[in-house]
Design a protein around this ligand. Structure first.
Ligand code: GLY
Length: 578
């Protein structure tokens, strides 16, 4: 009887707890829904615009810009600078990235503000005298840094599309640097984990170093970074590529054996490029061309699976997973051989994008057995990369859309802060193939197309993308994740188009990844049903569980004209709209 009463009390307690939780959840939803409406799967939808980024403060900055009459590019510039302050592992002044843009009237463009190898760089700069790769040299310290592109990228994007003044869009980041921002729990943990590296690579500097451990809620003020931002606000690109900031970068190089010169900085130019476009099941896909591998690889993947009835097979069903894995295996083999900076290497873009080419590549695929990656080479044509990049998606009141992925490469890049200027330098040189055939940090291999050459841009996987449906905006999508970026964007698109998920559900869905080499299917914990995994293993697939794959921040336009956000629950990502 006593046992029965205990159970009853537990049940009562659980019921009350659940009821309270439910009331709190509804109240939270209603609060966050002010100005919005509830859509599919209780996602909050907004009519006038939306910003989805990796940090709540950056999303707030972007939303304020939209509300004060700024357009998607004004907000993108403000978010890029805000992330440089509040999200130091990937937000940056000392890195680079890509913007894909679609205006409300359907004009499309893409901006390449990828870093470049310094003029003094050379093919074998990361090899020892025996010709072996010295991986640390392309990963840590000033020698790992490419010439930063973000500031010039923002200037060019703003010059072409901005509506508000330059000062207005830079100021919110400056305010955050001056007045401080509060660390999230994730950030405090990551900063504590990087303390040893910060001390090692920054003797005599005190950026993000304090006596105690960092904890959630700690206020971080960055006066040197504020000073750098005030120069950028007042002088535009000259505030960074010339004058005191450029001199501080040069001094950092001299002190630590880096190669970036004053001339490299002065001559850096972001480039407008023609986006890669294609179709998938009637949707138009607008995505990033080389020097990102992302756009071409994404289109190849979509074209590979298009002939098959994925929605009938179902989300993460055996056939769906097998087809995706075999497509990825072949596309990543192509990436390793055929893709590089188009200013230095003749990328066979058109041939790779032919639908018939993708179909042919799957011809030797046998449903009863895994293909061996050793049997796959790049098709005949008639990175180490990092998890710590960041993506943001923005749409404004008029329906102009900006999809931006930006990076320092590794988490906190080269770990080197520019003394006196307060920002981190990238370690993007590691995205080059430092030695043909030698895998980089994420097991990616490359060859001649992506060899180190002075002034060349290193190959990227960043895949900022926009989808159209019937001539109207449909989706804005992108993610960090190094080599997994392409597959995460690909699978997020399938989740919406083929598996009818809401934007948030598509983003949260667990993902899996194959990149040709190593010959393994990397699976986010819980992504595959255990029976599906077993059946695939029986066919010869090596399945390896790993941590989170991707951190997608995306926006979907519903057929009723509302914007649905997908802010990845793997991080502090936040969707805000109005
Ligand atoms: N550094 C990551 C990428 O560009 O793909």
């Amino acid at each position: 009887m006593k046992r029965f009463t205990e159970i009853l009390n537990t049940l009562k307690f659980n019921f009350i707890t659940r009821s309270i939780t439910a009331v709190i959840a509804i109240a939270t939803l209603v609060t966050s829904c002010v100005g919005g409406q509830l859509g599919k799967n209780n996602s909050v939808e907004f009519k006038n615009g939306m910003v989805v980024s990796a940090h709540p403060e950056a999303s707030r900055v972007g939303l304020n810009i939209l509300k004060s009459g700024g357009n998607a590019v004004d907000a993108a510039v403000a978010v890029q600078f805000a992330l440089a302050v509040v999200y130091p592992n990937a937000g940056n002044l000392g890195g680079g990235g890509f913007l894909v843009y679609r205006s409300s009237t359907g004009e499309i463009s893409s901006l390449d503000f990828r870093e470049k190898a310094p003029a003094a760089a050379s093919r074998n700069m990361y090899l020892d005298s025996a010709g072996n790769a010295i991986t640390d040299k392309s990963l840590y310290g000033p020698l790992a840094a490419g010439v930063p592109g973000s500031v010039d990228g923002m200037v060019k994007a703003h010059q072409k599309y901005g509506r508000l003044s330059w000062a207005r869009v830079v100021q919110p980041a400056l305010d955050l640097a001056l007045n401080g921002y509060k660390l999230t729990e994730n950030q405090a943990r990551e900063l504590n984990g990087n303390r040893a590296d910060f001390l090692k690579y920054n003797p005599g500097k005190e950026y993000y170093i304090q006596a105690e451990q960092w904890k959630a809620g700690d206020l971080v003020k960055q006066p040197d970074l504020a000073n750098t931002l005030s120069l950028i606000r007042d002088k535009g690109r000259d505030g960074f590529y010339d004058g005191p900031v450029a001199a501080l970068i040069e001094a950092e190089m001299k002190a630590g054996g880096g190669m970036i010169s004053a001339n490299d900085l002065r001559s850096y130019q972001a480039v407008w490029r023609k986006p890669v476009t294609g179709t998938y099941r009637g949707y138009k896909v607008i995505t990033m061309p080389p020097p990102s591998s992302g756009g071409i690889a994404l289109m190849q993947l979509l074209k590979s699976v298009e002939p098959y009835p994925l929605s009938r097979w179902g989300f993460n069903a055996d056939s769906t997973v097998q087809l995706i894995v075999e497509s990825e295996r072949r596309v990543y083999a192509d990436r390793a051989t055929h893709l590089g900076d188009p200013d230095f290497y003749s990328v066979p873009q058109q041939a790779l994008l032919e639908s018939s080419y993708s179909r042919l590549r799957l011809e030797n695929f046998n449903w009863s057995r895994a293909t061996l990656s050793s049997d796959i080479q790049a098709g005949k044509i008639n990175g180490k990369e990092s998890e710590e990049t960041t993506h943001f998606s923005i749409v404004d009141r008029d329906g102009n859309a900006a999809s931006v992925t930006t990076t320092l490469n590794g988490s906190y890049g080269s770990k080197v802060f520019v003394k006196g200027a307060g920002f981190l330098l990238n370690n993007e040189m590691d995205d080059f193939s430092v030695k043909p055939g030698t895998p980089n940090m994420y097991g990616l291999v490359g060859g001649e197309a992506n060899s180190v050459q002075p002034g060349k841009r290193m190959l990227s996987s960043m895949t900022p993308t926009i989808l159209e449906k019937d001539g109207d905006l449909f989706m804005i999508v992108g993610t960090p994740g190094g080599s997994t970026i392409i597959t995460s964007v690909f699978q997020t698109i399938l989740n919406v188009v083929d598996f009818d998920k809401s934007m948030q559900a598509a983003v949260n869905a667990k993902k899996f990844h194959h990149q040709w080499l190593p010959d393994e299917v990397f699976v986010e914990k819980g992504a595959l049903d255990s029976l599906v995994a077993l059946r695939l293993q029986e066919k010869g697939y090596k399945i390896t569980e790993r941590g989170p794959i991707g951190r997608v921040d995306a926006i979907l336009k519903t057929k009723w004209g509302y914007y649905q956000g997908g802010a990845d629950s793997r991080g502090d990502d936040t969707a805000l709209g109005w």
